[in-house]
Design a protein around this ligand. Structure first.
Ligand code: NAP
Ligand code: ZN
Ligand code: ZN
Length: 347
């Protein structure tokens, strides 16, 4: 075992504080790396506060890791010491079920191993995430990262990036489509960038009027304030897709009035509480309510390569790790412009 340090939640109520723990030795198929930057996802906050239930403590959050390889195991072929790499929400899976074989490890029939707040395949060893100085991950779950882009701004691609890229690709959103991005936070702002890159007409649907200028700068074609009844009604029936990134409870039926015939409302936001849906919101206009979870390993690599080619990164606010609790409070107030990223050099 090697010593590691990080920030951990010891329970669902208290702030994150410095914590020392151990990582496994580098196995034959493992990659060890220094974590340079780690993005702060709203899912970190949901889990730290046990809003989804089942949280395991102590918890070292963080599933948007980028870093440089320090050591590899004897059988590792995909990475070598000195490489820039990234790790997202998963660090392992069963490898043998149909979903794993198809590169949809996020839907592993036995459950994938989450980067933190989960157990390794032995079902005993707790995983600890990226709010930390270094870690060890199986080579198959380690992604290649381009040297071309701002590394801190690449970190959020590992969750916010793939979570929005994957559904837009799955539903083939592009030229000729009108896409509404609901919620302009970490996921939402990446959805805008990808939607624009894929050729869709993108409208940001936001509860924060102050984000209009940023939305347009990010490439969005239009901006709609969701609390403005007139704007809302004027947009009725206009979107082919809505990508819903909202982290708190909201009324799906209401937003589905904005969909055109055959429109699809795709949930990626994961509010902790259930929400009612009236069947009439689906029946009228043959609409669908769908969902999507991160993306598999091959698609995550495809997304990173796409971003390197098209110069796409996240808009970030780099923070000192001691400010993580303040960052959470700002996130709760929808005050993220547009992803906090921890500089692990401050640990
Ligand atoms: P975030 O940066 O906090 O952004 C969420 C945005 O939602 C806010 O900026 C705000 O945008 C909007 N919002 C928040 N509360 C709202 C409310 N009460 N009513 C209406 N809009 C509200 O969060 P994130 O990191 O992007 O994550 C968003 C959600 O996706 C979280 O629930 C997270 O757990 C989930 N997630 C899911 C996956 C997946 O695989 N499906 C992966 C990662 C994250 P405006 O100010 O523009 O309204
Ligand atoms: Zn995430
Ligand atoms: Zn599997």
């Amino acid at each position: 075992m090697t010593k590691a340090k990080g920030y951990a939640a010891q329970n669902a109520k208290d702030d994150l504080t410095p914590w020392s723990f151990e990582r496994r030795e580098v196995g034959p198929h493992d990659v060890q790396f220094d974590i340079l930057f780690c993005g702060v996802c709203h899912s970190d906050l949901h889990q730290v506060r046990n809003e989804w239930g089942g949280s395991i403590f102590p918890m070292v959050p963080g599933h948007e890791l980028v870093g440089r390889v320090t050591k590899v195991g004897e059988h590792v072929t995909k990475h070598k010491a000195g490489d820039l790499i990234g790790v997202g929400c998963m660090v392992d899976s069963c490898r043998t079920c149909n979903n794993c074989k198809e590169g949809l490890e996020q839907f592993c029939a036995e459950g994938c191993t989450m980067t933190y707040n989960g157990y390794e395949r032995d079902k005993k060893t707790l995983t600890y995430g990226g709010y930390s100085n270094a870690t060890v991950v199986n080579e198959d779950f380690v992604l290649r990262v381009s040297e071309k882009l701002n590394l801190a701004a690449v970190a959020p691609l590992l969750c916010a990036g793939i979570t929005t890229y994957s559904p837009l690709r799955h539903w083939k959103v592009g030229k000729g489509h009108k896409l509404g991005v609901l919620g302009l936070g970490g996921l939402g702002h990446m959805a805008v960038k990808f939607g624009v890159a894929f050729g869709a007409e993108v409208t940001v649907l936001s509860s924060s009027p102050s984000k209009k200028e940023d939305a347009l700068k990010l490439g969005a074609h239009k901006f709609l304030v969701t609390s403005d009844k007139e704007q809302f009604q004027a947009a009725a029936g206009s979107f082919d897709f809505i990508l819903d990134t909202v982290s708190a409870e909201h009324n799906y039926s209401q937003y589905m009035t904005l969909l055109a015939t055959n429109g699809v409302h795709i949930c990626v936001g994961a509010p902790p509480t259930p929400s009612e849906i009236f069947s009439f919101s689906l029946i009228m206009g043959r609409k669908s309510l769908a969902g999507s979870l991160i993306g598999g390993i091959p698609e995550t690599q495809e997304m990173l390569d796409f971003c390197a080619e098209h110069n796409i990164v996240s808009e970030i606010e780099l923070i000192d790790i001691k400010d993580i609790n303040k960052a959470y409070e700002r996130m709760l107030k929808s005050d993220v412009r547009y992803r906090f990223v921890i500089d692990l050099a401050t640990l």
